[in-house]
Design a binder for this molecule. Sequence first.
Ligand code: GLA
Length: 366
Amino acid sequence: MTTITTYAPGRAELLGNHTDYNEGFVLALAVDRGTTITGQARNDRTVRLRSRELKLTQEIALNQLAAEGVAPWSRYILGVVDQFQRNGLPVGGFEAEISGNLPLGAGLSSSASLENATVLFLVRAFGAKLGPLQMARLAQKAEHDFVGVRCGLLDQITSLMSTAEHATYIDCRTFEVKHLPLDGRISVIIANSGVKHALVGGEYNERRADCESAAQALGVKALRDASTQLLHSHRDNLADRIYHRALHIVGENERVIEGSEALRRGDITRFGQLMFDSHESSRHNFENSCPELDQLVATARETPGVFGARLSGGGFGGATINLVEKGSEKEVVRALTAALPDVNCLVTAASDGALARAGLSLSRRS
Ligand code: GLA
């Protein structure tokens, strides 16, 4: 059998926190690290997986796939296989080794990179014809059903559809994707706080439920449709917590729109300011930060060469993203490490997503 190798990168969120499942706007980028899957199709209905880093294996028959029956690490892969089966897409037994260089639980979406690498692997091994959005949706549904996180599509789309040296803008209602050039003077530092975030079934899903309650109370389909004005006019009918959750989303949507304009005109200073504002809103309105992330952002704010910093991704731990002037990386890493000795900094750059890396078209919409 032919050996197949697929790869999908992790992602970092630039602006637009928790806006994706509210049908709003997001700016993100793919990082230069990710997950690789290498393996072959088999002639039977058995799946054999091996994780090189975790040194774990999993073997299961295709007709026995169920989240409870498999180890947590393999759910991201087997959840995708399950989706292929449920959607009547061609899939059979296979064996694969998973390896990667993304820190796990650091807010870089190692999960989406693993799901996307699996989608691409199955497409190559068994021949399904899928457009980029269908691929992203299969990966997302795998996470909903097998992992239990009701995530939006930010991670999967960014990991699949980004291009190097650009920010990826996503309209999470129409799924229009645009690539906005990033200023050549900037470098990206991901500062992993080491605080493990627990998206699985916990606070993430609670935040999503709060946002849905807010939309319902405001009489809109999704918070994407709420303006600051509408929100203020309902201030008295909304529970305090729900009001603040909605304020975060409405503010984030506005910041993505303004941030996109700032990128278009090359105003990285304004863009950085919006990142700091976003973090403040996470702290006070969405309450998805933690003292370690706050410390990292406060330090970044005082460090020369930093344009902007904020928590990236779900929150409750994980990483901050810092946009810094090229040449100042060492100094910034030094300052962040002095502030939080456990921090692990990764200097990265906006990189090609999985499709561009594989030489596949980004424009096939479905
Ligand atoms: C996680 C989810 C995404 C998105 C972000 C927050 O990364 O997987 O869908 O909601 O959190 O913006």
